[in-house]
Every structure is written in structure tokens, then in C-alpha cells.
Design a protein around this ligand. Structure first.
Ligand code: DX5
Ligand code: ZN
Length: 243
């Protein structure tokens, strides 16, 4: 993973995001060995499409992780897009720093942002793709009036805050409904899912309509993260081909 910076590199990252014929694997570094973060990411090789960073503030969720400094280091070191999932009470105070640090996408919780429509507009103005995240109990209706303002929807398939939780089964139907809502809207929006995803359920969830797959423990807590990530890719490609 070369360290290249410049417009061409940014265009390549954006093109990957925009090609919705391909489902993207977004390993969540929350579950990686943070003492050897770069090595954990490098080990996955080309099976990793996008680096998923969970920014938690110890307030919106009862856990504290990392922020712009870590995003900056990752974006300088890796040539992969960086997907920033803000689980924070006041995302508006963080988006600018995260964008300048090299975030490709910035995802804010619809339950947390005070004035989400203007925040999404600001995220796009900062040059990032704008995403809304929904907790498992939050209805799809919550982003209906934001469809023109978003590039992605992140459906939480566990409650936010921690890696290693069990997939909440009723969110599968929510993925199906969300895919229909996106397709009917005609807007080019990616559907990301996050939490409890493993090689056991990923193919079924891609068939349900997801096209960005976040996986933490399902990759990093397996005997060979590299082989597991490659298996994820194989399952995702197979499921996408059958759609
Ligand atoms: C949870 C985070 C997830 C988490 C997923 O709040 O948003 O990205 O890392 O972890 P797994 O894949 O282990 O459920
Ligand atoms: Zn996440």
C-alpha cells in the first residue's frame, strides 16, 4: 500500500466508492491489534477496500476510541479510502478536522446531530462523501427527507459502541426495506451495514441489499484475518453476481 498523495489518488478513492456494482469490504480497526495497527491493516492486503474508523466520544456511546490524529496518520500511510463513523454527541465540532485529516466518507448519526441537513451539506462542501447512520430501532423514515443530501446510509445491525456483538436478526428486513427505498429514490446512495457480520451471514446480507460491509471481530478475531478477509470478498462477489 503505497503512500501517494494528490488529486489522482483522491479521484481513485472516490471512483471506488462510486462504482456501486462492487460491494466494498470495510474492516473496522476497532477490533484490530491497536499496538500494531499498520501491520494489522497491511496484513489484509487487497481484500481490504476501505478502512473503517469508529470515532467514539465516551458520551453518545459508552466507549472512547480515536479521532482526527489517527485518521491523519492512516491517510498518510495507506492509499485506501477512509470511512469515518462518528458516534459522537456533537459531530458538528469534529467533521472539519476529520475531513482535513483525510476522511473519504463522514458518517453522522441521525439520532445525534442537532441540524443534520446542514451538517450533511457541510460534509460535502468539505470534499467528503456524506453518510447518515441509523441505530437498530431508528426508522428508515428518519432519512427520507435527506435523500438528496446523502451518499450513503449506514444501518447499525448492533447497538453502537462496541465490537464483537451479535447481529440483531430483525435488521435484515430493514436492509431489504432500505435497499428498496434507495432504489425507488433514484439517488446514487450506498448502503453500509455495521455490526455482527461474519463469513456466516455476509452473503445473505449482500443479497438483502448491502453494498458496504463493515466487519471487525468477524475478521480480526479469527485465526487468519488475511484468509478471512479474502473469504469475505469471495462471498460478497458471489452474492453480488447473483443479484
Ligand atoms: C460498533 C462499531 C462497529 C464495530 C463492529 O459500534 O460501529 O464498526 O467495530 O464490530 P463487529 O464487526 O465486531 O460487530
Ligand atoms: Zn462502525
Amino acid at each position: 500500500m503505497a503512500v501517494i498523495h494528490g488529486k489522482k489518488e483522491e479521484d481513485r478513492k472516490r471512483a471506488l466508492f462510486l462504482d456501486r456494482s462492487v460491494a466494498l469490504l470495510c474492516p473496522s480497526i476497532l477490533s484490530s491489534d491497536l499496538a500494531h495497527l499498520a501491520r494489522s491493516i497491511e496484513e489484509l492486503g487487497d481484500a481490504l477496500d476501505v478502512i473503517h474508523c469508529d470515532v467514539m466520544d465516551g458520551n453518545y456511546v459508552p466507549n472512547l476510541t480515536f479521532g482526527a490524529p489517527v485518521i491523519r496518520s492512516l491517510s498518510r500511510y495507506f492509499d485506501k479510502p477512509i470511512d469515518v463513523h462518528l458516534m459522537c454527541r456533537r459531530p458538528e465540532i469534529l467533521v472539519e478536522d476529520c475531513a482535513r485529516a483525510g476522511a473519504t466518507t463522514l458518517v453522522v448519526h441521525v439520532e445525534a446531530a442537532a441540524h443534520i441537513q446542514s451538517l450533511l451539506t457541510k460534509i460535502r462542501e468539505l470534499g467528503c462523501f456524506a453518510g447518515v447512520a441509523l441505530n437498530p430501532a431508528t426508522p428508515l423514515e428518519s432519512f427520507k427527507w435527506l435523500l438528496p443530501d446523502i451518499d450513503m446510509v449506514l444501518l447499525m445491525t448492533v447497538n453502537p459502541g462496541f465490537g464483537g456483538q451479535v447481529f440483531i436478526s430483525q435488521t435484515r428486513q430493514k436492509i431489504v426495506d432500505c435497499r428498496r427505498m434507495i432504489d425507488e429514490s433514484g439517488y446514487p446512495i450506498r448502503l453500509e451495514i455495521d455490526g455482527g457480520i461474519s463469513t456466516d451471514n455476509v452473503a445473505d446480507l449482500v443479497r438483502a441489499g448491502a453494498d458496504m460491509i463493515v466487519a471487525g471481530s468477524g475478521i480480526f478475531d479469527t485465526p487468519s484475518p488475511k484468509e478471512t478477509a479474502a473469504e469475505f470478498q469471495r462471498l460478497m462477489r458471489g452474492a453480488k453476481a447473483k443479484l
